[in-house]
Design a protein around this ligand. Structure first.
Ligand SMILES: NC(=O)c1ccc[n+]([C@@H]2O[C@H](COP(=O)([O-])OP(=O)(O)OC[C@H]3O[C@@H](n4cnc5c(N)ncnc54)[C@H](O)[C@@H]3O)[C@@H](O)[C@H]2O)c1
Length: 405
């Protein structure tokens, strides 16, 4: 069965008959060693076009030949960034049927991630699929199985996994610089405007295709289209949107990449009234040897944007958009904060992550953020959402199911 799926997928993607293994060697024969990798984008909104421009840094290696979106203005904007004569569609299955497309960029809203990814790998396409990996833990488990039933290369869009800053910080933790980490804290603070009451479309929108697999149906609602992050029909809210990046780093550094055992959470809506996901919350997670907190507030920008604190018995590490700093223990007045003993200055560019994906398409090696990483990273935030909604402690069972106790 596995082989059948793979074989069908491979043939659809490669347009060749009689070959069963998609190896680096066969890949080189298909695209030609010096030819550019032909890409398709599905979901050409803000992030989709930003990642397109990151691919654009490697113009000698790849080009976009097919654009899919359900909103005409975004199709037109992405078309300008594509090869002359690139095709367009509002139906992503049409793009997947294009045998010239070798790999896709999936930057649809989260409720579409699973369908697009699973259909893409079944059609023999490699995929760069945006985070958060899934809409729920249960769905993520199915997605991992579905992808692993094929031989396709899948990179989850978690760019910290390829960044020099975060990889350098991980090495220090692996070398024992922090000692035993007992507390990890993730935070994200922005001062955001409330959702506008009225919004208008600037071109054609296929609203039914936007709603797609969402369980509840609504008549056209521009606020839901432009501000889908504020509605649980389309994603796990800011909890999973930002939490997937930060909890991944904590788990990767301190728990072999494995998710939390349990979560409790409180949250409230103070800014994005009219939505149904909290814009202010604090979750506490239990890991085997440390506790972690994940706090977000979109009503105040103190310490602007994200930070991760890893507090060990010998030192503390702070990671953020400026790089990382390591401070020795103990802290003693008046030298607070103490002088860092390790420091790195630099942000988190997406280009190394995109380059790693392009390299893996050719080599057929595992990319830096494979599906298991994406799945485990978003499991803790999903768990916190369950805890928040049920006002219970949510426990992740060994078989991937969630219990409320
Ligand atoms: N890795 C990162 O740092 C990062 C940053 C921002 C966003 N993201 C992720 O990227 C994804 C997109 O976010 P965004 O901010 O670009 O949102 P967006 O609303 O700007 O873009 C989403 C696009 O998908 C299109 N779309 C919706 N349904 C579609 C369908 N069935 N077929 C084709 N296109 C469809 C929409 O019309 C829109 O153009 C989200 O999953 C988000 O979490 C990742």
């Amino acid at each position: 069965m596995t082989e059948k799926i793979h074989r069908r997928g491979f043939l659809a993607g490669a347009g060749l008959a009689g070959t069963s293994l998609f190896t680096a060697h066969s890949y080189a024969r298909i695209v030609g060693a010096n030819e550019r990798i032909q890409l398709g984008i599905i979901g050409a909104g803000g992030r989709g076009r930003s990642v397109m421009s990151s691919f654009g840094r490697f113009k000698d290696q790849c080009e976009f030949i097919h654009v899919c979106d359900v909103y005409e203005p975004n199709i037109n904007a992405a078309l300008k960034m594509s090869r002359t004569g690139a095709k367009t569609t509002m139906d992503y299955k049409e793009l997947l049927a294009d045998k010239d497309v070798v790999a896709i960029l999936n930057a649809t809203p989260d409720h579409w991630h699973a369908n697009v990814l699973l259909d893409a790998v079944a059609a023999g396409k490699d995929a760069y699929t945006e985070k958060p990996f899934s809409y729920s833990i249960e769905q993520g488990t199915k997605m991992v199985k579905g992808v692993r039933a094929t031989k396709q290369i899948v990179q989850v869009g978690m760019q910290r996994r390829s960044s020099e800053a975060v990889r350098g910080a991980k090495k220090l933790v692996d070398d024992g610089v922090l000692g035993e980490v007992v507390m990890a804290r993730a935070q994200w603070f922005w001062n955001r405007k409330p959702m506008p009451q009225k919004l208008s479309l600037e071109g054609k929108l296929d609203w039914e295709r936007f709603q797609g697999p969402a369980k509840k149906r609504y008549s056209l609602d521009e606020r839901r289209f432009f501000h889908w992050r504020n509605f649980s029909d389309y994603n796990g809210g800011h909890m999973t949107d930002q939490g997937t990046h930060l909890m991944d780093v904590i788990q990767w550094f301190c728990n072999d990449g494995k998710p939390a055992r349990s979560a409790v959470c409180q949250g409230a809506i103070y800014v994005h009234k009219g939505g149904d996901v909290p814009d202010t919350f604090s979750a506490v997670f239990e890991y085997p040897s440390f506790l972690a907190t994940w706090t977000l507030c979109y009503g105040n920008s103190y310490e602007d944007s994200w930070k991760i604190f890893l507090q060990g018995k010998q030192a503390t590490m702070v990671i953020d958009d400026d790089g990382y700093r390591v401070y020795p223990e103990p802290w003693k007045r008046p030298d607070i904060p103490p002088k860092p003993i390790h420091e790195y200055k630099g942000g988190i560019p997406t280009e190394p992550h995109v380059k790693n994906f392009l390299d893996c398409i050719k080599s057929r090696q595992e990319p830096n953020a494979p599906v298991e990483v994406g799945h485990n990273a978003v499991s803790a935030p999903h768990l916190a959402n369950v805890a928040l909604r049920t006002q219970r402690r949510a426990v992740l069972n060994d078989d991937g199911t969630v219990a409320r106790v």
